[in-house]
Design a protein. Structure first.
Length: 346
């Protein structure tokens, strides 16, 4: 009976809180990122509410300014992109595909990728129209108001997470049915995953996006800010990463006759953009992340499908917690079965 009531009220609590999950998740991420700043401010003001308000003000200054600026540039670049999709431009694209299809290179790869047919003018225009309609649907008054409401809920939640963070963590520890040693191990593993996904992933993504946008700007590629944002987003995806953006762009430039620009972007991507990931991420993360790369990939993709953009962080974090709990239960079973656990082996 107790288990039934617990499950029932747990389900009801989930349904009550589900509309606010996105706002709460982003609030948790920003609280983790800016908690060191809050701790530094609290060291001097000694009033938690004041320190929380000052930290939120810093967050707003850091977020609203760049986001407003980037949004304005992105809208301008997307509008310019749609304006460039004239019938003449579409004919050029269609002619390019026809030339590519008749080349020796395409004849060799056609059996593997499928060489029949091609993008017609109607297909291209329909794709552009769908993209435009999707953008308009996401910019309706209802969606804008919903986004603003989520933003307010996020700020409200950040205030309490900063002010009462240690109390929340203490309550969460008390609810865990583990020993103090197992709680410490779980807390360490969760902290390591947070550092690797939030601090390591975010810093690397921002730097790679900036470097990619700068490269696109100096190479004269249209919409450098938009592509820089795309590079930042793809930086979170394991295996493919930023190569999925600058790699095809390099090939496209080479195939369209811009050989020097194509090879320049390719070398820049390999030697600069990718090296940031290979050098900076290990410096920030170290050996914290123990999950296999393929598992991180699936947790990122699954997290995006389930939670949206916040899934970049929540997916690997939830998977790490799940694996940590499984490891704790395995350790308990080994001890209860008379076998030494991993920590008890000599």
């Amino acid at each position: 009976m107790i288990l039934f009531l617990t499950a029932l009220f747990g389900f009801l609590a989930y349904r009550i809180m589900s509309p606010f999950f996105t706002a709460v998740a982003w609030a948790m991420v920003f609280s983790i990122i800016f908690y060191p700043i809050y701790a530094f401010i609290f060291r001097y003001v000694r009033i938690r509410e004041v320190a929380s308000v000052i930290t939120i003000a810093i967050i707003l200054v850091i977020l609203i300014g760049p986001i407003a600026y980037l949004s304005n540039i992105l809208i301008t670049e997307m509008r310019a992109f749609l304006e460039r999709m004239t019938p003449e431009r579409i004919e050029d694209i269609k002619r390019y595909f026809e030339d590519l299809r008749s080349s020796l290179f395409f004849e060799r790869i056609a059996p593997y990728v499928g060489g029949e047919g091609g993008p017609s003018e109607d297909m291209i225009m329909e794709g552009v129209r769908k993209a435009g309609r999707s953008l308009i649907e996401h910019l309706t008054i209802t969606n804008v108001l919903s986004l603003f409401a989520d933003f307010l809920f996020m700020i409200f939640t950040i205030f309490f997470l900063l002010r009462d963070g240690p109390m929340f963590l203490s309550k969460a520890r008390d609810l865990m049915p583990f020993s103090e040693r197992e709680k410490d191990r779980l807390a360490t593993q969760v902290k390591d995953m947070i550092v690797s996904t939030v601090y390591g992933g975010t810093v690397v993504a921002i730097i790679q996006g900036l470097l990619g946008g700068v490269a696109y700007y100096f190479l004269g590629i249209n919409s450098p800010v938009m592509w820089g944002v795309v590079i930042s987003v793809m930086s979170f995806v394991p295996l493919v990463g930023t190569f999925s953006v600058w790699g095809p762009a390099s090939v496209f430039l080479i195939l369209t006759g811009n050989v020097m620009k194509g090879f320049a972007l390719l070398l820049y991507g390999v030697l600069i953009i990718s090296m940031v990931d290979n050098i900076l991420r290990p410096l920030i993360i170290g050996s914290r992340t123990k999950m296999p790369t393929i598992l991180i990939l699936f947790s990122v993709l699954g997290g995006i499908k389930l939670f949206g953009m916040i899934g970049f962080i929540m997916g690997p974090l939830i998977m790490a917690v799940f694996l940590s709990v499984l490891d704790i239960f395995r350790h308990i079973e080994d001890v209860e079965g008379g076998q030494p656990g991993p920590d008890n082996q000599v």
